[in-house]
Design a protein around this ligand. Structure first.
Ligand code: HEM
Length: 484
């Protein structure tokens, strides 16, 4: 090629690169220019990535983190940003959060990042919208309602709690997250699939489940060997295992089965799901996965939060112990197991659980998008933008909760737990259907823990929002048995 030809080729290349960069910048900032003056104030950060990395930067989950702190003090409680590859309105405002949750499918809609759909599947309740969501949710609500107070479920919870605690007998130290995971997983696989922990299928599901969870919080690269790709494969394996269990159960029910395994003796989700004719086979499998996912990770974290915060308050521990001892004393000698009425009597326990949910913020925020231009106060949330209601910001707002950074279960004596300022389980038509199951599990575990053990949290342990909460060292507890 001649010198002139090379020169023009280089010029063309520069022009093309320039146009490309200009296109990205325009795409990135155009929404702000178009709606200028109406959208909340804020900053967009870098092209494409925006401010995602600073937003996701880890911080103790009982704080709001530097990103929210800086942005709220610069722009106010509602601000614009660019997160997860989309222009976004971030809300740390209790009124707006409530408005978003109450207007699901009307003005806003659940909108988790696409890679999460890749792992959970299209018909997962967590990502489904409109009619599919409604149909799945109705089944979930009726299952939870029939399960939560059933003696079979409550007795299983207690049995599994005492199994875990019995294994501590000769120990001075435990990694509590491992113990809580074991408890929550054993409860949920028993309740959903009727499996006991030593069955090989339960072990297989647990293994696949861990791979699945790692992928949910990884970079979404579908390249063989990456955590994301492994999670998609793990999900497929869990699906096959669940399908095989469903098939087996169907055959057994047709054949009549032995006494112990006959359908009349079973009260797990699967048995009820088999009779639901509004769900397809794939929806039933997905439903089982949602229940495992929803019921495992969050419940074990709630247990960890409760134990962590109680470790900082001898007074709360004492009051909790008195409550549980008096419930035990009121029961008949041969009436071993706790029941739903006992759970309702655990009033201080409920305060402790609420306070651990408020302080620990297991779910920091949820993903939504605006379905149309939405006017709220004097600004507009443009159609198609991402909207993130941040629950932790409201839970830790000192103008809403007095001494917000202090763990104080007694505040719930006066505070209304069903109101706008407390949303650990979300709200509106996507509010967590499993909240009561999770809470009763934690309360029954605490019943045995508090009467048998004292604990001290090892220095340096702290719940970290990443944004999924974790205790990096697994929450090490130094334990000692209570003297009789
Ligand atoms: C104990 C602690 C728990 C916490 C903090 C928690 C939190 C949440 C939150 C915040 C949501 C709303 C998500 C959104 O709006 O996008 C949710 C939804 C959900 N949770 Fe829970 N959850 C807990 C326990 C459970 C349990 C035990 C189960 C099942 C047995 C469960 C199953 C679900 C399901 C299926 C959904 C989706 C509901 C829907 O989209 O309609 N959760 N949970």
């Amino acid at each position: 090629m001649s010198m002139a030809g090379e020169f023009w080729l280089i010029v063309m290349l520069f022009v093309l690169v320039g146009l490309f960069v200009f296109g990205i910048i325009l795409n990135h900032f155009l929404p702000l220019f178009l709606k200028h003056g109406l959208v909340p104030k804020g900053s967009f950060g870098y092209p494409l990535l925006g401010e995602t990395l600073s937003f996701l930067k880890s911080h103790p989950s009982n704080s709001i983190g530097s990103f929210l702190q800086e942005h709220c003090s610069r722009y106010g409680k509602v601000f614009t940003s660019h997160l997860f590859f989309s222009p976004t309105v971030v809300s740390c405002d209790q009124e707006l959060n409530y408005f978003i949750l109450q207007n699901e499918d009307k003005l806003f809609q659940c909108s988790y990042p696409k890679p999460i759909h890749g792992i959970l599947g299209k018909v997962s309740m967590l990502v489904a919208v409109s009619e599919t969501h409604k149909k799945l949710r109705n089944v979930a609500l009726s299952l939870v309602n029939t399960t939560k107070s059933k003696p079979e479920f409550l007795n299983d919870v207690e049995r599994i709690a005492t199994q875990v605690l019995n294994s501590w007998q000769n120990k001075e130290q435990v990694i509590f997250c491992d113990e809580a995971r074991r408890f929550a997983f054993n409860v949920i696989v028993k309740q959903v699939l009727g499996l006991t922990p030593n069955e090989p299928r339960a072990t297989q599901i647990l293994q696949d489940f861990r791979t699945f969870m790692k992928g949910l919080i990884s970079l979404p690269l579908f390249i063989p060997g990456t955590p994301y790709a492994r999670a998609v494969q793990a999900r497929n394996r869990i699906s096959s295992t669940v399908k095989a269990i469903i098939e087996e159960r169907r055959r057994r029910n047709v054949d009549g089965g032995d006494d112990e395994n006959s359908s009349s003796n079973r009260s797990d989700f699967l048995e009820i799901l088999l009779c639901v004719d509004t769900l397809s086979e794939d929806e039933k499998v997905s439903f089982v996965l949602d229940s495992l996912l929803g019921g495992y990770e969050t419940t074990f974290l709630l247990m960890a939060m409760v134990v962590y915060f109680l470790g900082q308050s001898n007074l709360a521990m004492e009051q909790l112990k008195i409550e549980h001892e008096s419930i035990r004393k009121m029961k008949d000698k041969d009436d071993h197991y706790l029941n739903w009425e006992d759970y309702k009597k655990m009033v201080f326990t409920q305060h402790v659980i609420n306070e651990a949910l408020r302080s620990g913020n297991i779910v920091k925020f949820v993903h939504r998008k605006a379905l149309k231009d939405v006017k709220f106060r004097d600004y507009v949330i443009p159609s198609g933008w991402k909207v993130l209601p941040i629950f932790s910001a409201v839970h830790l707002d000192p103008s809403i909760h007095a001494n917000a950074f202090q763990f104080n279960p007694w505040r719930w004596l006066d505070e209304d737990q069903t109101c706008k300022k407390f949303t650990p389980f979300g709200g509106g038509s996507r509010c967590c259907p499993g909240s009561e199951l999770g809470k009763v599990e934690v309360a029954f575990f605490l019943h045995h823990l508090i009467q048998n053990y004292r604990w001290r949290v090892e220095d340096g342990e702290q719940p970290i929002a990443f944004p999924y909460v974790e205790f990096r060292r697994g929450l090490t507890l130094n334990i000692s048995r209570c003297s009789e």
